[in-house]
Design a protein around this ligand. Structure first.
Ligand SMILES: [Zn+2]
Length: 279
């Protein structure tokens, strides 16, 4: 590499600007996911993260709250070091905390969330830049029930398909931390093999949900839409049962070009000024 000093300086400036923007988007997303009236998390529940580069990402520090978190509540973590924890042979809880602390690259000494390994694994997949993990009351009413898979492969209305995809990844109850990170990674890999595209939503039995987005807005939209679906399902069950869309209906909505454009508009992932009316 023969980058001149001036170019190197300019590049560093751009990197800093990019990191600042990522952190700001992550803080805003976390505040909105943490608003108590939305019933997605209480106290220190849930955690969020955002990809900085191939080398690192920001993740919520242990002991912080989404509602009030600021820049000092996030740790910049080495993706490589966080993923290396997956190769440890049955590490003790103390060893994991030590490894998590050592995975930080910002010198803050903060311990990243116990779910950092899970975030590292998801953020190293193509197109996933923001991750939001919450414990919504409406979602957990279903995930903690006798019928936890109710909304894994079933869809009730078009916007749910546009926002959360035709189906979700389901992960049976697993001990949080390394075991859960492995189970989620395997679940996502299986989903990609079966469908040929990445999932947007992961549903974890007796635990909560994970939304995967290109943007912070996408993570919020997926979370909001899934919570809405859960409330509709619970309401429909109270009035005689749910009328799910047929697989053919779901497939049709998922592949319609106007719905694809609508998805891009909703998530803020298109930069070409899409201007067609609300389809
Ligand atoms: Zn959790």
């Amino acid at each position: 590499m023969t980058t001149s000093g001036a170019q190197a300086h300019e590049r560093t400036g751009n990197v800093d600007e990019h990191k600042q923007k990522v952190l700001e988007d992550l803080i805003d997303m976390s505040h909105r996911l943490g608003q108590p009236e939305r019933e997605l998390v209480i106290l220190g529940e849930g955690n969020t993260s955002a990809r900085v580069s191939d080398e690192s990402f920001y993740v919520k520090a242990s002991g912080t709250q989404l509602e009030t978190i600021d820049a000092g509540g996030f740790v910049e973590v080495s993706t490589e070091r966080a993923l290396a924890i997956l190769d440890e042979d049955d590490p003790s809880d103390e060893r994991i905390i030590e490894l998590l602390r050592e995975s930080g690259v910002d010198g803050s000494g903060l311990v990243p969330s116990v779910e950092t390994i899970l975030h590292a694994s998801l953020l190293s997949m193509p197109g996933i830049n923001f991750v939001g993990h919450t414990h919504p009351i409406a979602a957990n009413a279903i995930l903690c029930s006798e019928n936890p898979k109710l909304l894994v492969g079933n869809r009730m209305f078009p916007d749910d398909i546009v926002c959360t995809g035709p189906s979700a990844v389901y992960v049976p109850y697993t001990d949080p931390g390394v075991k859960l990170a492995k189970a989620v990674r395997e679940g996502v890999q299986r989903y990609v093999e079966e469908n040929g595209f990445l999932p947007k939503l992961i549903l974890m039995q007796n635990h909560g949900i994970i939304a995967l987005g290109k943007t912070a807005k996408e993570v919020e939209t997926i979370t909001n839409m899934h919570v809405k679906s859960c409330r509709i399902a619970l309401g429909a069950l109270a009035v005689g049962g749910i009328n799910f869309l047929t697989p053919a209906n779901v497939e049709r909505i998922f592949n319609r070009p106007d719905e694809k454009a609508r998805e891009a508009m909703l998530f803020g992932t298109r930069k070409d000024g899409y201007s067609k009316g609300d389809g």
